[in-house]
Design a protein around this ligand. Structure first.
Ligand code: SAH
Length: 217
């Protein structure tokens, strides 16, 4: 059972993604368990304030350390050996190989989702890994966290239908992308399925697929 906890100001954003399809199935099978920790509940004062202006000036607001530390510390109490991941465009680029390693490990994970202009940098003292989903800036860490959670959970043994389907996918051998695939009908609006795929010649099909797998950048 892989425990996944998310510290976020927008827990409801996760409902559609985590409670449908494969992520829902993974929970039902007991392969994973998702816990949302609403940062707002750790906010300060009667208005449950979670943000403040940056020292040194500049636009926008930052997540304050007190609520953020309290929420992450609560998550750590729930799962003391969990690894803490901070969503940030400054982080290490998330990769299929990392998703595989995280799915294989027995650790739970705590995701911290930034918002506004980001967070007080001192939160890094509680973090095991800073992770980016790509060289672009999103409004918050929620979409990156969902992306990463999906990539891990579908690789937990028993979650995908056929174990082989994860092995032959894009990136699983480290560099090539999956070959093009087709399903019925054979002729759709004049666009025909490559002859070789209909041939039943497994060696020829394997060769065609190898030749038509695209290299990753
Ligand atoms: N001012 C920051 C961007 C803040 S975006 C900067 O210029 O770097 C608000 C939050 O969204 C970030 O704190 C982070 O948690 C999340 N985020 C945005 N883009 C991301 C990305 N590419 N990968 C991971 N997290 C991201």
């Amino acid at each position: 059972m892989k425990k996944i906890q998310v510290v976020t100001l927008f827990p409801e954003m996760f409902e559609g993604v985590l409670n449908n399809s494969m992520m829902w199935k993974a929970q039902n099978k007991g392969a994973t368990e998702f816990t949302m920790i609403n940062l707002r509940e750790y906010g300060l004062g009667p208005r449950r304030t979670v943000d403040d202006t940056p020292y040194g000036g500049g636009d926008g607001m930052l997540l304050k350390p007190e609520p953020l530390f309290a929420a992450v510390e609560q998550a750590k109490r729930n799962d003391p050996t969990a690894k803490v991941l901070l969503m940030t465009p400054r982080g290490q680029r998330w990769k299929q190989a990392t998703a595989q390693a995280y799915a294989d490990s027995d650790n739970g994970y705590i995701f911290i989702c930034g918002r506004y202009e980001g967070y007080d940098e001192r939160i890094v003292s509680l973090v095991d890994q800073q992770v980016s989903v790509g060289d672009y800036v999103l409004t918050g860490g929620e979409l990156p966290a969902m992306t990463i959670i999906d990539s891990i959970v579908r690789l937990i043994p028993g979650v995908l239908g056929g174990e082989a389907s994860a092995e032959i996918e894009s990136f699983s051998d480290g560099e090539t992308l999956e070959f093009p695939q087709y399903t019925r009908p054979e002729d759709f609006r004049g666009m025909k399925v490559p002859e070789v795929l209909l041939s039943g010649n497994h060696a020829a099909i394997a060769r065609w697929r190898a030749e038509n797998s695209f290299k990753a950048e």
